[in-house]
Design a protein. Sequence first.
Length: 277
Amino acid sequence: MQQEIISIIIPCFNDAEYIEQAINSALVQSWPKKEVIVVDDGSHTDTKIKLKSLEPRINRLITQENKGVSAARNEGIKVAKGEYILVLDSDDYFEPKFCEKAIDVLLKDTDVKLVTCYSNWFSKGNNKLFKPSGGQLEDILLKNIAMGSSMFRKSDWKAVGGYDEIMLKGFEDWEFYIRLLKNGGYAYVIPEMLFNYRNKQNSRNKKANLAMYAIKEYIYNKHAELYKEHFSLFIHEWLKSTKKNEAFKQQVMDSVDYKIGNKLLKPLRALGMFKKK
């Protein structure tokens, strides 16, 4: 049987320090038939120099003006030879067995549209195991259920129109996965730590969280019909989250520290030095 090609797409924007580790993790994947495509998304000179030095080791280096990670991923996937696509951010890296295990899932079950895995979230001196939940459309309408670096079929990417290039502030992977699962199928989680996510101070994930509500509003409006179809589920989860937040707020207000602080500030508020929010 002819072995399938896996195309590993690595967008890169000003990641000279980490890009080599990302590329190495792609090159050492145990699945033998693969290609590595790096898309330079308008990086500065130091990253361009680094990429030029790494170019002989990869299959293709694409250079474009800065258009954002969605456009960079789309550009790489367009020229990919493989039917199976793995996207990888340039500051993260996979363990060597991920491709082999992920493609095995996709080859065995056509209902699987997306394969992700347990992840090691790491920063200086800190490591945390993160377990994405996986699931189907009803699950992903509420939250992202897979890592941004995951594997899917190129035919499915093409069928849903690729990544949304308007989304420049983050969560573009979540929105893309909603469309992948819109007409059925599910996201499968390999129950092993096979991915390493670098939790940087200025990571795209943290920047996205700062703009979370504006991005969510865009996603909810874009997929308004889907959310209307699942209105009861959406409202139930929203109220459950609100209830949880209110319970936490009450717990803080009932704490001894809060009560002492409130008493200490009371005379200062009377003088107009502090206002109660």
